[in-house]
Structure formats: structure tokens, C-alpha cells
Ligand binder design. Sequence first.
Ligand code: LLP
Length: 408
Amino acid sequence: MFKFDETEADKLAQRYGTPLYVYRENVIRESCRNLKNAFSDIKTRIYYAVKANSNPWILNILKEEGVWADVVSPGEIYLALHAGFPAEKLLFTQNSVSDEQMKYALDSKVRINVESLSQLKRLGLLAPGTDISIRFNIYIGAGHHSHVITGGPMSKFGIDWESTDQVKEIAAEGNLKVKGIHCHIGSGILDAEMFVRAVKNLLITAKKIPDLEVIDFGGGIGIPYRPGEKPLVLKELGRKLSDEYMSFCKDYGKKPELAVEPGRYLVAESGSLLIRVTSIKESRKYTFIGTDTGFNHLIRPAFYGSYHRIEPAVIREGGKTAAVITGNLCESGDVFTRTEDGIEPRKFTPIEEGDLLIIRNTGAYGFSMASHYNSFPLPAEILVKGNESRLIRKRETYDQLLNNIPDF
Ligand code: LLP
């Protein structure tokens, strides 16, 4: 029987029901430490990208590990403050931000990472004298899917790095002090060279702006999802960046902190979605193994064609045969074993109705992208450590589907 730390999957399913998001606390803490070690040569600030998983219990673990937080909406500011992050450890990087949303950040004493010239002008009128950071588009983009590439001419994010002079002028007019610069090239990147190129460009921009306290090269560190995929060697990345950074500091005459903003790297591998097989059917082409969840609870396969390892909790005797694992929603795209182009059957040991399956590496962009589509309540979330488990989000009830609906 598959175990989460020391606890068997069926015990958790019995106690909490399925579908169930299960997070292993020690894995989160280990990822934090690995990242810190990789950058131990340079003073590095780690901002956790809250969007990857915003459960306050998870945020609390990351806070305890000493990381800061990247927040992209007033809601994420609210949750991070609720989890106990001090306001000065948050960086607010929303796209297409309104004055009301900036006021929310300002009232919360959270630093704003400005990502358009319009926003810069408006912030100068709203809050002259404020310390800010600037998000640049440094014209390098990368990522596991076109939806998540955030640099280059097609990207809606950031201020063109060739507009640095304009940024300085507008900031000066509004008496805004640029203390940090930032870029984020994309997500799910396993090639260290892309980060080195990004940092090089960001440092070119940094040279034009005096008195920076922090240079933030964003998130995007990938994890291996497919068997055989190689992880990014963080130590090597740390070493390469440290060389770039040291030579920059010599010219710059000061040593701003370096910052990195990972979401996926810190939480993806800690999480699994524990689900139950409800119904198996044969079509002329495939064996469809239907489960009690769908892309409402884990959208990555349907939305990006992303691969997630799926393991039966019990390995039954018998050879492996090809099957398609599906969700229970009313759309044919609701298939977990797929690519962007459609269904991709995988080989499994024998699976029967009632069996438990574990969808791995779902700690990032799993629950945080879940929806109420088809009006299934959202799943519960638990945190596991050793032989202990704790409910960190209750399973929704049907009553809650009526939340915010006035009576008629
Ligand atoms: N910083 C900024 C400004 C970001 O926009 C993001 C992610 C991150 C940091 C963290 O990126 P990470 O280290 O997690 O790659 N839903 C997609 C990923 C979207 C990422 C959006 N921005 C997925 O499931 O693959």
C-alpha cells in the first residue's frame, strides 16, 4: 500500500474521503533548504510565489523556513498576512492593476512591483515618496507551455527594458524611489542557461539604476514530472549566477541582494491528489478508468497537456496494460493521461473499481487552480508529517455551493 511518510493511503482516504490533496510537510521544508544551499554564496532572498499554493498552513511552513512572499492580488496579500508574513516581506506583482488594488497594497504597507508605465504614473499620483520595484520585460522568455512564457514581444507583462530612462523620469516626477528591479521569464524551466541569460539582461538594466537594494530574477524553476526528465541542477545555477553577480557588483560599487521567486519548486513535489476509481469501461479503442475527480480539481493536464505521474495505491499482480485515466466531468478533454494533442494511454498494473490512485507532484497549481465546474464541491486538503495528518482545508459541502447566492 502506498504511504505518505508513514501513513498508508487507504487510512487517509477512509478518514478524510477522496478526492484529497495530500501534502508532505518535510518535502516542502527540504525544497526550501535545497534552494537556500544552492545560493549560499550570494545573499539571496527567496520569495515564495503564493499563487502556486495559497493554503495558509502551507504559507505558514514557508514563513517558518524564512522565505518571503510574491503576491499577485489583494487576495494573496490578505492570505499571506493572515498566515503571519510581515508586510515588509511581501512583494505585490499584479498584472493590469487598478488604483483600488494599489491602495490596498499601500494600506497594507506592501511594496509594489510596478509593471507598466501607466501604473508608474498612477502610483506617483497616489503615493509620492514610496519605495517601489520595477518589473521589466527583458525580452527573454521560456516555459513548459506557451501559456506560461512571460518574456518577449508577445508578453503582456512588465515594462520594456529599453524604456529604463522613461521609468527613471516618471519615477522622479512622482518622487518614487526605485529600490528593486524584477523580471520573470516564465514557468517550468529546466534549462539553467535560460536563467543565466535572464540575469545577464537584468544586470544590464540594473547598472542604469543607482541605489538598488534587490535584483529579483523571478520564478520558473521547473521540476521533473515525466520519468527520465532531468532536474535543474540548482548548485550549478547558483554558481553561474554568483559569477555574473560578483562581476556586476564590482562595477556597480554596491551589493544589492539577489532574489528568486519560485512557486512550483518549493511545493509541487510535496503534493499528491489521492483519488478513487469509480467506473471502468472499454471502448473500441481504449480502457477508460474513471475516477471521482476531474479537471475541476487538477486542470494542468487538460489546460497545458501536462504530465503527472499516476500510481495505483496497491500494485496488483499481473502484467501492465494500457489504460486512460479520466475524470468525471462532462467534457472529453477531462483526461489525466494526455498531452496537448489529446489522449495518451499509459501502462498500469491491473486496476479495479474502488482502487485508490495517486496523482503525483500536484502541490503546485493543483488546488490553487481548482474550480466549481460541474458543481462538485472543492476537495479537502491535508498535511502529513511522519505518522500524523491534519486537515488544513475542509471538504466543501453542497450547501457551500450556494455561498453568496441571495435567497429568491
Ligand atoms: N513570479 C511571477 C511574477 C510569476 O508570474 C510566477 C508564476 C512565479 C513567480 C512563479 O513561477 P514558478 O516558480 O511557480 O514557475 N499554472 C501554471 C504556472 C503558471 C505560473 C504563473 N506565474 C502551471 O501549472 O504550470
